[in-house]
Design a protein. Structure first.
Length: 327
């Protein structure tokens, strides 16, 4: 099998495996042998979260990547997260089991259009959400995640104008919280968070009157306005653990329910429904591309690898490091 051609064509390694192979055991053996570490996002499938060394939100995953000194980081997440890990841990080999694991939000901000936009406002400080390519980060002053966006924006003097990209929902939410009228917001969105239905959440609320509605700030403003709590994946998780209430209507990608149920199995977590009742749109298809088989083959052949040119990494590292200093 020509592995390189396989990856080039499919974006991942496909190979026949002995059906009796215990993939979890094999992954653990390879991990040990190669001194690899597995980082996984909360939206990953449950069986992937279960074998990860560390599961977290995008802020915690970048903090962890920056602090690691491991020859191999196997990233169970999406491409921008693996790219951020590579930028922060340039001496590690960063592997992503499927190169097709993109992000609709990152795709909503392409380099050429964004560069032209930024060029029109030379006095604006560019704040970008980490859900962007390394190229977009290279045009930024500072990055943020949904965990620290308020602190990041507040770290910029109030009289300085800001460009916030790429998420329009997170941008407007942060603008309201920080009271920054001089903020230009890029018109991007995540296909998962942008489609939760207020009407259907309110219907659910009637069936579960005591339930707390909790939402990720990438959701549309009407959803955020009816939410009892808004936060990043890690903040939503903490809220469900600390809140005395037992029922939660959860408006974010459904993968987070795995950790919520693991951490506090006696509570009741109800996924918020999308506008279109016929689709499983509260699942991020990109996040669900990771499988145990792909992880095993990735560790075995050390492919696909994520690389960022030294020049681009240097430019993109600066705004990420500025963010990490703030939180
Ligand atoms: P967090 O920063 O909350 O982990 O969210 C990442 C993400 O991709 C949300 O869709
Ligand atoms: Fe990107 Fe949305 Fe998937 Fe998060 S849920 S990785 S923002 S597409």
């Amino acid at each position: 099998m020509n592995i390189d051609k396989n990856v080039e064509k499919l974006g991942f390694i496909d190979a026949e495996l002995d059906p009796s192979l215990n993939l979890v055991d094999e992954i653990n053996k390879l991990k040990e042998q190669k001194q690899a570490v597995i980082l996984a996002h909360y939206y990953q499938p449950a069986e992937i979260q279960a074998i990860a060394d560390f599961v977290g939100d995008s802020l915690a995953l970048s903090q962890r990547a920056a602090s690691l000194n491991k020859p191999i980081i196997l990233f169970a997440g999406v491409r921008f997260m693996a790219e951020t890990a590579k930028i922060l841990a340039p001496h590690s080999k960063v592997l992503l089991p499927d190169l097709n694991a993109g992000c609709s939000l990152a795709d909503s901000c392409d380099y050429e259009s964004f560069r032209r936009f930024v060029d029109q406002y030379p006095n604006h400080k560019v704040v970008t959400y980490v859900n962007t390519t390394a190229e977009i980060k290279s045009l930024s002053y500072v990055c943020c995640t949904s965990s620290n966006a308020v602190e990041v924006v507040n770290s910029i003097p109030a009289n300085e104008p800001i460009i916030f990209a790429p998420d329009r929902n997170l941008g407007s939410y942060i603008q309201r919280l920080t009271n920054r009228p001089n903020m230009l917001i890029w018109d991007g969105a995540c296909h998962v968070h942008d489609q939760f239905s207020v009407k259907r959440i309110l219907e659910l609320k009637q069936q579960h009157p005591t339930a707390k509605v909790i939402a990720h700030p990438e959701c549309k403003q009407p959803v955020l306005l009816i939410a009892d709590f808004v936060g990043s994946t890690a903040q939503l998780l903490r809220y469900t653990q600390e809140c005395a209430e037992t029922d939660f209507i959860v408006a974010t990608e459904v993968g987070i329910l795995t950790e919520m149920m693991r951490a506090n199995p006696s509570k009741n977590y109800i996924p918020a429904p999308p506008d279109d009742s016929t689709c499983a749109c509260n699942e991020c298809a990109y996040m669900k591309l990771t499988t145990l088989k792909k992880m095993y083959l990735t560790l075995k052949y050390e492919l696909p690898e994520i690389n960022v040119s030294a020049e681009m990494a240097e430019l993109a590292r600066l705004p990420i490091e500025r963010m990490l200093k703030i939180s």
